[in-house]
Ligand binder design. Structure first.
Ligand code: NAG
Ligand code: NAG
Ligand code: NAG
Ligand code: NAG
Length: 416
């Protein structure tokens, strides 16, 4: 798989065929941009909000090579953790009404190679397994999370560890890790991880804690607690990271500066990071100077590491506004994300670290909506098929269109 943007100079020389990899979807960026998901497999339509059984989300992701779409919207309450298989596309944006929240326990994406997850909320909660994360990845490659809202992890909220490579988390929200651990998450991998335009909020610590190969660009970290915001993994392994165009805004729980720890194995290119520490309700911070003389905990690099670049690099304050408007499962923001973004918009006066999701009203309610008619059951509504010259009475979801995506992918990509 290649990062085509990096060989654009060669394209002009007629080497286009060397750049065959297709992005997971238009707008996919970073190390995980070329995840294939369930392309070429079959469509699974989630038809109920049940924890288990035919038509459930758990059943949908239990086998590989599927593109998962939703004919229902609402809260899916789960008891046991859900294990996501490899080669899966989860298209939360297809759900009618207010979309989908999976609530009650967390999900494992360990070895869920080649997965695409979009526009869905994973809210673990006090009832989830003790010592487990909202989302865990231990080993695996080629995954992209886009507009995903994750909260209420009992251990970490979103944690990556082990032999993991080529992962992107973009336009997402990682928030409210439950006390007493109250963690955003470890992001520890040597194989490449991009965290882009994502909001970390209301975690005491590890927002995130980073080790290895990491690109941290255009994110917002709000109301971290006494453990710190961006923590430089203090390990014996070499870390090489870019930290560019992020905004760090203190909230009521914040007592320490945004960057902590590190050692001489931690190599960072650091530029344009905004910091507003005074919790006074107005955005009146400044761009941190890169003070290589007084901050000697890490090794500052003069140039960015050559990682897959974002299409549009924003400056830190533009990134703040963008993340507030777009991050998370934002087709419809639920009460949780709405409150989180309102906290950020308070610029320091609202926000808390929580021990139980009941303190913030739980997952709330979601309108179920009504799925459009899909006569052939191929995941594409009749109306869409007719409007796009497809046959609403033939299952043609996985036929590959001239742009390289399956018909069903062109449908799900058209929704956002
Ligand atoms: C990760 O992506 C790079 C660049 O596209 C590729 O060379 C490498 O094989 C990928 N790693 C895995 C484990 O898929
Ligand atoms: C979903 O759960 C409901 C209520 O428990 C049950 O009546 C229904 O049979 C379940 N559906 C399937 C497909 O198992
Ligand atoms: C970012 O750019 C905007 C204009 O697009 C400007 O108003 C703002 O001051 C810039 N912020 C920083 C931190 O440079
Ligand atoms: C372990 C720890 O430091 N927890 C603290 C996190 O912050 C909240 C207040 O926001 C404290 O109550 C916890 O003691």
């Amino acid at each position: 798989m290649r990062h085509c943007s990096r060989v654009s100079g060669l394209l002009a020389l007629g080497l286009a065929s060397s750049c065959a990899a297709l992005d997971a979807f238009p707008g996919a960026e970073g190390f995980g941009a070329q995840a294939v998901g369930g392309r070429g497999g079959s469509v699974y339509v989630v038809t109920n909000l049940n924890d288990t059984g035919d038509g459930s989300f758990r059943d949908a992701v239990s086998e590989s090579n599927r593109i998962v779409v939703f004919a229902v919207g609402g809260v899916i309450e789960i008891d046991d953790r859900i294990v996501v298989s490899s080669d899966i596309t989860i298209a939360g944006q297809t759900a009618p009404g207010d979309g989908i929240t999976v609530y009650g326990n967390g999900l494992s994406y360990s070895n869920a190679d080649n997965t695409i997850t979009r526009y869905i909320r994973y809210r673990m909660g006090r009832g989830g397994d003790s010592g487990k994360d909202g989302i865990t990845i231990a080993d695996g490659a080629n995954m992209i999370f886009d507009h995903v809202s994750v909260s209420w992890g009992r251990d970490e909220t979103f944690s990556i560890n082990g032999d993991v490579s080529n992962v992107t988390i973009q336009d997402s929200i990682i928030a409210q890790g439950l006390q007493t651990h109250s963690c955003g998450g470890l992001m520890q991998t040597t194989g490449g991880l991009s965290i882009l335009r994502t909001l970390y909020a209301d975690n005491k610590t590890r927002n995130p804690k980073v080790k290895g190969v990491n690109d941290f660009t255009n994110n917002v970290v709000y109301n971290w607690g006494g453990g710190g915001a961006y923590i430089e993994g203090d390990s014996s392994e070499v870390s090489e990271v870019n930290i560019v165009g992020n905004a760090f805004i203190s909230g009521p729980s914040t007592t320490v500066s945004p960057f902590t720890r590190g050692n001489q194995n931690f190599n960072a290119y650091v530029a344009d990071n905004y910091y507003d520490p005074d919790q006074d309700g107005t955005l009146n911070g400044w761009v941190l100077s890169v003070d290589t003389d007084s901050y000697t905990d890490i090794v500052f690099k003069d140039a960015a590491f050559d990682y897959p670049a974002v299409t549009t690099l924003m400056n830190s304050t533009d990134a703040l506004a963008y993340v507030m408007a777009n991050a998370g499962a934002s087709l419809v923001r639920d009460s949780v994300d709405t409150n989180l973004v309102a906290e950020v918009a308070s610029y320091g006066t609202l926000g808390a670290l929580i021990s139980d999701e009941d303190e913030v009203g739980g997952p709330g309610t979601l309108a179920g909506g009504e799925a459009p008619t899909d006569t052939d059951g191929d995941g594409m509504p009749d109306e869409y098929e007719t409007a796009n010259g497809l046959d609403p009475e033939v299952d043609d979801a996985m036929v590959i269109a001239s742009n390289g995506y399956g018909y069903i992918e062109n449908y799900i990509n058209s929704l956002v």
